[in-house]
Design a protein around this ligand. Structure first.
Ligand code: NAP
Length: 693
């Protein structure tokens, strides 16, 4: 019998003893055993902190992003192996796609975030603030990787996605991970980790895996570590209240079971496309992954006068679900993850039956294709009806983690909102409506209790990612019962693994530390025109102070004619009484164009390839004819830039390799010759060639 290896402290180690038996959920055959007995959990944490953490934190965000991309590409080459194991968890091809390729997709999505982050080991967070009259003292915030390890205790339902969506984030942040997948399906997570370790793409110590019990791991975590838990509310509560976690103030993020719901808007009638959309969405959510999704729809709220018709439509739809061996391509719903999960679902349904009645499905029998309904952990979809949702508690509290959902009537939108909140916090809720006013009422009033809201109608249904799918760029998590945690969400997610520190000092000092030019810092004017410098040679703070140009009334007239912008303030014939201006005022865009004329080099070719935008353009005060305008133009920030796909392909073929370049942001201060000189501010974005590009 295969005893699963744990990947810890730079080695693959099997634990002592026989370990927990892991079964094929479809056939009931024994697959492997898992044990962590005899492992030294303290040293696993120390290895992550002392070996993985220094190696990751010395990489820049850009390098870590590229590492994730390489990892995603590598794992894509081994899909067959992962799918073969995934079928054994009871997952169909569609379920496995969500788990495996959805997980890899998360690696790609996080890898892409590198473009929004500096080529540094740390980053600046948010705006900086001047803190003094003389502009010599300021403040900003920086984010540095935590000095510890991300401990990932995951649920059984998505062994790959659940792991990859989490480690992508901590690896991009510069923090290593220790993953403890749920035992019942850990052989799939283990196969993926084995492939990651053999690829050699991650620095040593970045990822460790324990298959089986977490032992006394949590007794040794400290405040630089982050513990995340995904699973049942009861286990979560127990772990969250661990004395060491409380004493050490260890950040703990919890994603727990939640009683997610869907609402049918009162405007929807059987003739409308939204009717079918509602029915289909419920069937999909009940049967995908056999309902073992943390985001699964457990509660269905329908206007009371439509409940009979919806009930019939849902039953008809569920009857089409072919259940059985996921290897059979006709099968739409596989099995639960194991026998104990099936027992648990049945027990939970029994609790729900105290106040609801079963209107579709059975706890005792299920028709299956190409499988033995008893050996495999199969169960039929179960639809319940509860006609007194305000009087029942079970339906808002008991989660049956399988293809189980309950229909309930509501009278008006206020009722639907209140009922949605009776779940005391969920990961997501959906409303199906064609009415913006109904949607708005629901969204604004129900949002307090749900981490994500999907508004489904005919316009978006075809391309919608669906009620149940958390997305890498949106947050996943929910208040109250859902655990009170939050993860993913693009750049928001990585901040959970970075320490945010307020930083105060002089603008020049903070520029030197952050490598981002801070307003009022000293610039370096003793240099050639910055546009003559290649990307590598440019230094933050390289600065040009231009000649002056006098703005004339004729200039403004000409710009008005050229642009067609004859707004009254730019016309000298205007009577300015009662306006904000005293005379003909220059167009802001004219002043910006003048600024470009003052910083751009004349006719010579230079390493600046193109200007592709302006951020934060502000016109601070009016410019009247006679004003003497000049600019202070400073190299503010440098970012890495990838070649596009065509350029990469050309590189491989050794044909025209294109020009390799980086992004340079320039801080432009447009000034006049008064004591309060700033008339405009902007950040110009350019692409600058690399020397050897
Ligand atoms: P679970 O029994 O609570 O287990 C979750 C994880 O905690 C497993 O890895 C489990 O390991 C581990 N664990 C249990 N006792 C532990 C201990 N004393 N110390 C350290 N780790 C411990 O939940 P599950 O049955 O795997 O998952 C199903 C539940 O998860 C459902 O209720 C579902 O709603 C919820 N879920 C939530 C989300 C979300 O994002 N909110 C996602 C998926 C699932 P073992 O397997 O080795 O016991």
């Amino acid at each position: 019998m295969i005893k699963l290896e744990n990947y810890i402290t730079g080695k693959s180690i099997t634990g002592d003893g026989d370990g927990q038996s892991l079964y094929n959920a479809v056939t009931g055959d024994l697959i492997a055993t898992a044990t962590t007995k005899g492992l030294d959990f303290k040293s696993i944490l120390e290895y992550g902190r002392n070996v993985g953490n220094p190696a990751l934190r010395k990489l820049t965000f850009y390098e870590r992003g590229n590492m994730l991309k390489a990892l995603a590409l590598h794992l894509q080459e081994h899909l067959n192996k992962f799918y073969a194991l995934s079928y054994k968890t009871g997952a169909t091809k569609a379920d496995s796609w969500v788990d495996i390729e959805g997980g890899i997709g998360n690696l790609f999505a996080n890898a892409s975030l590198r473009r929004k982050l500096p080529n540094e080991t740390f980053c600046v967070d948010g705006d900086s603030h001047n803190l003094s009259k003389g502009y010599t003292f300021m403040g900003t915030h920086i984010l540095v990787p935590k000095d510890g390890v991300a401990v990932r205790i995951n649920a059984f339902n998505f062994p790959v996605w659940g792991m990859l969506e989490k480690i992508a984030v901590n690896l991009l942040s510069g923090v290593p991970a220790i993953v403890k997948p749920a035992s019942v399906s850990c052989y799939l997570a283990q196969a993926v980790v084995k492939e990651i370790i053999t690829s050699g793409i991650l620095p040593e110590g970045s990822l460790q895996l324990i298959c089986g019990s977490a032992g006394d791991l949590l007794e040794h975590v400290n405040s630089q570590d982050v513990v995340t838990f995904t699973g049942s509310a009861s286990t979560g509560l127990m772990l969250k209240s661990n004395a060491n976690i409380l004493k050490e103030n260890v950040p703990f993020n919890m994603e727990a079971d939640s009683l997610n719901c869907i609402v049918l808007g009162n405007d929807v009638t059987p003739e409308m496309p939204e009717w079918e959309i509602f029915v289909k969405e419920i069937r999909k959510e009940m049967t995908l992954k056999a309902g073992q999704r943390c985001t699964g729809i457990r509660r269905i709220f329908v206007p009371e006068n439509k409940i009979d018709d919806i009930q019939k439509a849902l039953i008809k739809s569920l009857q089409q679900t072919i259940i059985g061996n996921p290897l059979n391509e006709k099968v739409k719903m596989g099995s639960l993850a194991g026998q104990s999960q099936r027992r648990e679902v049945k027990e939970q349904v029994q609790k729900l039956l105290a106040s609801s009645q079963m209107i579709y499905g059975s706890l005792d029998s299920v028709d299956v294709v190409d499988a033995d309904a008893n050996k495999g952990a199969f169960i039929s979809p179960i639809l319940l009806m509860n006609d007194k949702p305000f009087a029942s508690t079970e339906v808002h509290e008991v989660e049956a983690f399988g293809p189980v959902s309950t229909i309930m009537p509501y009278k008006n939108m206020d009722d639907a909102i209140e009922l949605s909140k009776k779940g005391k916090g969920s990961l997501c809720t959906s409303i199906v409506t064609a009415s913006p006013s109904i949607a708005k009422q629901y969204v604004i009033h129900a949002a307090t209790h749900h981490g994500r809201i999907l508004v489904l109608n005919n316009e978006c249904a075809k391309e919608s990612t669906g009620h149940g799918s958390p997305l890498p760029l949106l947050i996943h998590g929910g208040p109250g019962r859902a655990g009170g945690g939050e993860e993913m969400g693009g750049l928001r997610g990585i901040k959970h693994y970075l320490q945010r520190t307020a930083l105060q000092g002089s603008p020049t000092m903070l520029t030197a530390i952050t490598n981002v030019y801070q307003p009022h810092a000293k610039g370096n004017t003793k240099t050639i025109h910055p546009f003559k410098k290649y990307f590598e040679d440019l230094n933050i703070g390289d600065q040009l102070i231009s000649d002056k140009r006098i703005i004339t009334s004729e200039d403004i007239d000409k710009f008005a004619d050229l642009s067609g912008d004859h707004f009254y303030a730019h016309l000298k014939t205007t009577d300015f009484s009662g306006t904000m201006f005293t005379h003909q005022v220059a167009h802001g865009y004219f002043i910006m164009s003048i600024a470009a004329g003052l910083f751009a080099l004349g006719y010579e070719k230079n390493p600046v390839q193109l200007n592709y935008g302006i951020d934060g353009l502000r016109f601070v005060k009016p410019v009247y004819p006679g004003a003497k305008i000049y600019i202070r133009f400073t190299c503010k920030e440098k970012l890495m830039h990838d070649k596009n796909l065509q350029q990469q392909a050309d590189d491989l073929l050794n044909e025209d390799p294109g020009i390799d370049n980086g992004i340079v942001k320039w801080y432009v201060e447009i000034l006049d010759s008064t004591d309060d000189p700033v008339v405009g501010l902007a950040t110009i974005l350019t692409m600058v060639a690399k020397k050897n590009g």
